[in-house]
Write a protein that binds this ligand. Structure first.
Ligand code: SAH
Ligand code: MG
Length: 219
């Protein structure tokens, strides 16, 4: 992972966010909502702006921060996003109505493992962003990668989990279990026959998985 000095440096030269986004960052900090780290989201937005997806599916809305940042960075893009926590969903709804970009975001309330019918209606998706319960990444991937377009990309956040995936020993049992599951996911993803994956050690670690067998590879 990048060291703190470098992270602070990048943050110091990053473009200023709107008052609404700053308010959300503050709310997240105060209420321990794990929104994406600044440098991580900036990197993701950079890649998404190259990919130019028409539709994005996000699993894990929280208060709508990453969804709004994506909507703002990609002016024509429609975003469908899922959250199962009622309080966070309520906060997200409020923030989304306060933004001029909120109208391109469909926020769905419920467990992502149970919403496939509804999610399918808004698809197919050029990008899927998995940022929810770490123990279920593979399930999310299997369920929703079927809704990807031909050149679709799956982005998975938190795959390095504060660097814990690289530790030999993890004290706390609950954390140890999560680390185990994430490592299993990472290895499964890296060996997936249908996807080409790279892991960016930025933010909390972002995996980028692109479908194999596209034109660019056959050339
Ligand atoms: N993407 C957000 C942060 C998401 S935090 C941002 O960067 O702004 C992860 C969220 O996923 C939490 O709010 C949690 O309630 C939600 N979540 C976890 N498992 C879920 C599931 N199975 N279905 C729907 N939401 C889930
Ligand atoms: Mg995350």
């Amino acid at each position: 992972m990048m060291n703190e000095k470098v992270i602070n440096y990048i943050e110091s030269i990053t473009r200023k966010r709107s008052p609404l986004l700053k308010e959300m960052e503050h709310f997240a900090e105060e209420n321990n909502v794990p929104i994406m780290e600044l440098v991580g989201i900036e990197a993701l937005l950079g890649i998404l702006s190259i990919q130019q997806p028409s539709r994005i599916l996000e699993i894990g809305t929280a208060i709508g921060y990453s969804a709004l940042r994506m909507a703002e960075a990609l002016p024509g893009t429609e975003i469908t996003t899922i959250e199962r926590d009622e309080e966070r969903f309520g906060a997200a709804k409020d923030y989304l109505t306060r933004s001029e970009h909120g109208s391109r975001i469909h926020a769905l309330f419920g467990d992502a493992l149970e919403l496939q019918e509804e999610v399918k209606k808004h698809g197919p998706y050029d990008a899927i962003f998995i940022d929810a319960a770490k123990g279920q990444y593979q399930k999310f991937f299997d369920l929703y990668s079927t809704m990807l377009t031909k050149d679709g990309v799956v982005y998975s956040d938190n795959v390095l989990f504060k660097g814990l995936v690289a530790e030999e020993e993890v004290e706390q049992k609950r954390i140890r279990n999560l680390v185990k599951k994430l490592k299993k996911y990472n290895e499964w993803l890296m060996n997936h026959e249908e996807y080409e994956t790279s892991i960016l050690p930025v933010g909390d670690g972002i995996a980028i998985s692109r479908k194999r067998g596209n034109k660019s590879e056959q050339a």
